[in-house]
Design a protein around this ligand. Structure first.
Ligand SMILES: [Zn+2]
Length: 276
């Protein structure tokens, strides 16, 4: 059991990096993929607003794409050359600030899966992430491997993390990612029942590897070229991620990719569905 102090953000960061390093030998095939492949020309997502120049704000970039409003991961159907930028494990002062500044510079939004304990330590920064219009998710309270816990203990971690991120950001938490992508069918269903979209991963940047920012960018683009679209996993607690992000976004823009903004729509209650 860790005992955290006011300085524990960096300790937690180091601990998380260590945990992820232990997972880095896992082959790519273990990555959970979302069912994002939509039939061409058959867009069924409820909200497919194209980004207007006004929506892109003052950014001179042309990277902002549609806004998708979803209730579950099954509704996250990306088209070719569409990506979602997701950032796990933060927030942490400095690095998360740099990530936010880069997103703002390019006029795009991300999805931030915050560790409850980190949000609790840095509430002003957590709030800023939300105020900037990013999708807010939880990544449990202490970044535990939920698949190794009892169901009740795992859900206690989920609810504690959700409460901490809600309190810090001041907004509802509508997205969730399992630490280490370690889920079970029962836990996925239970998280979804709490009105959180379980976020899968299509393109793992592996920005937690001790490699150069350029290597992270190249790996990410190589994977993206194979898939053509997808949810990109990054971590805003790493310096190399904040450093490589402007280059990655420039490459995405140059190759005609669009960054999709995610919003959450409360699922229709069973009674409402029945009355349709
Ligand atoms: Zn994580």
């Amino acid at each position: 059991m860790h005992r955290f102090t006011i300085y524990s953000g960096l300790l937690l960061c180091a601990a998380l990096a260590g945990c992820q390093t232990a997972k880095q030998s896992a082959p790519d095939t273990t990555i959970k993929t979302s069912s994002i492949v939509a039939p061409e020309g058959k867009q069924t997502v409820a909200d497919g607003d194209a980004a207007t120049p006004a929506a892109r704000g003052a950014s001179k970039h042309n990277l902002a794409g549609r806004t998708l409003t979803i209730s579950s991961i099954h509704e996250l159907r990306l088209q070719d050359k569409e990506v979602v930028l997701s950032f796990d494990d933060g927030p942490i002062p400095g690095r998360t600030d740099r990530v936010l500044a880069t997103l703002d510079q390019f006029g795009v939004k991300g999805a931030f899966m915050m560790v409850g304990e980190m949000a609790e330590l840095h509430p002003a920064l957590a709030r800023k992430v939300a105020l900037d219009g990013n999708a807010i998710g939880s990544h449990t309270y202490k970044h535990q491997d939920l698949a190794t816990l009892s169901f009740d203990a795992a859900m206690a971690e989920v609810t504690r993390g959700e409460a901490a991120v809600t309190k810090a950001t001041g907004v509802d938490v509508n997205f969730f990612r399992f630490p280490y992508l370690a889920d079970t069918r029962k836990l996925r269903a239970a998280v979804a029942m709490r009105e959180m979209v379980v976020m899968d991963v299509d393109v793992d940047s592996k920005d937690y590897f001790n490699t150069s920012p350029a290597a992270v960018t190249k790996r990410t683009m190589d994977l993206l070229h194979k898939r053509g679209r997808g949810i990109i996993l990054m971590h805003d607690i790493h310096n190399r991620t904040a450093t490589m992000l402007p280059t990655l976004l420039s490459k995405l823009e140059a190759e005609g990719y669009k960054v999709v903004t995610l919003k959450f729509r409360k699922p229709a209650a069973p009674a409402e569905v029945a009355s349709l």
